[in-house]
Design a protein around this ligand. Structure first.
Ligand code: AMP
Length: 195
């Protein structure tokens, strides 16, 4: 009897820019290829530019299934990727985020700007509200997110964030760490599931 995977696809939030340091490009490419090799589909913002394009190309190069979700208004601006397994054209940014959240079984944030941060924080707030139980990984390669993490600690120290909410953010140093944790999350879900 075939068993459904606990994690089929992973929603990745990342920059529409590539950043100034090549390490970010390398990490995005490595995450894309590692997810694909592990058999996870990738869901992302559907662009061909910046870290988004790097992530998608790397996953596709490994034969991965890559689904993009881009708002109609951004198809030209962010140059929608034309080689994806599937591209959803969303009517609005809100629809994009809703679709991206629903299509993935876990969330990962690579480096990015306001859009990436907003998307990842929304995934966290929805988890905080109990709207989903999907794992949330922050790929903090080279300490890119150290200031955001310092803010979380500050908010907890000031009584605006619970320890459980801070702990919900799974901080990873590198893509292999994300994939290993996804695989062990899968194992734990399967151990608890009925066969
Ligand atoms: P950035 O991290 O700012 O480079 O943006 C990454 C992606 O997030 C891009 O595809 C942006 O279009 C998208 N984005 C920008 N603003 C928002 C927002 N308020 N909510 C969700 N996504 C956004």
């Amino acid at each position: 009897m075939s068993r459904t995977r606990a994690v089929n696809s992973v929603t990745v939030f990342c920059g529409a820019s590539a950043g100034l340091h090549s390490v970010h490009t390398k990490v995005a490419a490595r995450l894309g290829s590692r997810l694909a090799r592990a058999g996870f589909g990738v869901v992302y913002g559907g662009a061909s530019i910046g870290l988004m394009g790097v992530l998608a190309d790397a996953a596709l190069a490994e034969g991965g299934q890559v689904t993009g979700v881009i708002p109609r208004d951004l198809v030209k601006h962010e140059i929608a990727h034309t080689g994806l397994t599937r591209l959803h054209i969303a009517a609005s940014m809100h629809e994009r985020k809703f679709l991206m959240a629903g299509l993935g079984d876990a969330f990962v944030a690579l480096p990015g700007g306001l859009g990436t941060t907003e998307e990842f924080l929304e995934a966290l707030t929805w988890a905080q509200l109990g709207l989903h139980q999907k794992p949330c990984f922050l790929l903090d390669a080279c300490g890119y997110y150290r200031h955001l993490l310092a803010f979380f600690s500050h908010a907890a120290a000031e009584g605006f964030l619970s320890g459980a909410d801070v702990e919900r953010v799974q901080i990873c140093d590198e893509p292999d760490d994300v994939v290993e944790r996804l695989l062990s999350f899968e194992r734990s879900m399967c151990d608890g599931a009925e066969m």
